[in-house]
Write a protein that binds this ligand. Structure first.
Ligand code: SF4
Length: 369
């Protein structure tokens, strides 16, 4: 079992069923061309070739062998992907929109925020930031406790859970972030949305709402993203993109900065495989008693457009913490079926064997999906 609240990093890898898991947090949610090539190589040589795209624009190398960890760290350090210490690494949870342009100030804001976080109070492990100041808003549904956005021509600082935020200037934005962090550290909450839901108001003026964001489907059609089903890419898939700078996203997709053919990636945002999510499951995760991704692949064709099926190895629901149209949660080698709920929700059907699920999805639940 993974300790509660554990948030893995490159310096603080997490033991998983398939070896160590190293989470890399690329600065500015971007990998340069050289970093892409070397990460593919590291995954192939020192890991099991599995590379996860995380929901916070991170990248996870899986199956790293313990004895090779010093070599992996040395190579990550050469790439500029290793922090000075685990404490700094843990707080550097900064997600940057893929829709930035040279000179728009978004990447500079990310660097400034990273530097400012060195003076921040200790934060809970999953506490994170989104910088959504690109040419159009895109990260409003992504998991981040503090957001820097745009409202008209102004910068906006907003706490997750609040509909409106405070207009800030370029010079005051990071000092105001630090003010909010000092306040948050005293609330005793682990996530901003929990504090707001408990009626505790962040010390921000509610000046304006952020610019309106297009539906995610439209965002995913607006640029040549390359998708990895389940966020599970491979060293071979990454090697295809070697020599190309990549922008990471929270949508299990990367955005190459130049045109590139990726045969091991999906390019159609309407592909049925993108309507299902599934965690690593057994045998990769020690908490799972069921195989998840093979089943999700098999069931994907039963999921109509606009709906979502989540197959979870256990009630933790790592791959999709939010409710899905249908969630199948593994328990003791069987599946519980939860309609319109998260992995830990109340099941409508219990102890379904995996072999029965295609029929269950086609028949009993076909009209609900
Ligand atoms: S949801 Fe999946 S990956 Fe997460 S702990 Fe459970 S089995 Fe493991």
């Amino acid at each position: 079992m993974t300790p509660k609240g554990w948030c893995p990093g490159a310096l603080r890898p997490m033991p998983a069923g398939d070896g160590l898991l190293l989470r890399i947090r690329p600065r500015g949610s971007r990998l340069d061309a050289g970093q892409v090539a070397v990460l593919a190589e590291i995954s192939g040589i020192f890991g099991n070739g599995q590379v996860d795209l995380g929901s916070r624009a991170t990248l996870q190398l899986r199956g790293i062998r313990e004895e090779t960890l010093p070599q992996v760290h040395r190579r990550l350090e050469t790439l500029g992907l290793l922090d000075g210490d685990p404490r700094l690494e843990a707080r550097r949870n900064i997600m940057v929109t893929p829709f930035w342009r040279d000179g728009c100030g978004t990447q500079a804001l990310g660097r400034e925020l990273e530097a400012a976080l060195r003076d921040a109070p200790d934060l809970p492990p999953k506490f994170g930031f989104a910088i959504d100041t690109g040419e159009r808003p895109a990260l409003q549904d992504a998991s981040a406790d503090i957001r820097i956005e745009r409202a008209g021509g102004d910068l906006l600082l907003r706490a997750y859970g609040m509909a409106r935020g405070e207009r800030v200037s370029r010079g005051t934005v990071t000092p105001r972030v630090l003010d909010v962090l000092e306040w948050f550290a005293g609330t005793g909450h682990r996530r901003m949305a929990q504090a707001v839901a408990a009626g505790i108001q962040p010390p921000l003026h509610a000046d304006a709402a952020p610019d309106r964001q297009a539906p995610l489907e439209a965002i995913l059609r607006s640029a040549p993203f390359l998708f990895a089903p389940f966020g599970a890419a491979t060293s071979a898939a990454l090697s295809e993109l070697a020599g190309h700078a990549l922008r990471l996203t929270p949508w299990r997709a990367v955005l190459p900065e130049r045109d590139v053919q990726g045969d091991l990636w999906l390019t159609d945002p309407d592909d049925p495989l993108l309507r299902v999510s599934a965690c690593t499951g057994a045998p990769g995760c020690a908490s799972a008693s069921v195989v998840t991704r093979e089943l999700a692949r098999e069931l994907a064709r039963h999921v109509p457009m606009g709906r979502h099926l989540h197959v979870s190895g256990c009630a933790k629901g790592c791959a999709h913490p939010a409710p899905a149209s249908v969630t199948l949660t593994g328990r003791d080698g069987f599946f519980d079926l939860i309609p319109d709920g998260p992995a830990g929700g109340e099941p409508a059907l219990r102890r379904l064997p995996a072999a029965s699920l295609p029929d269950v999805m086609r028949g009993h639940l076909g009209s609900q999906l």
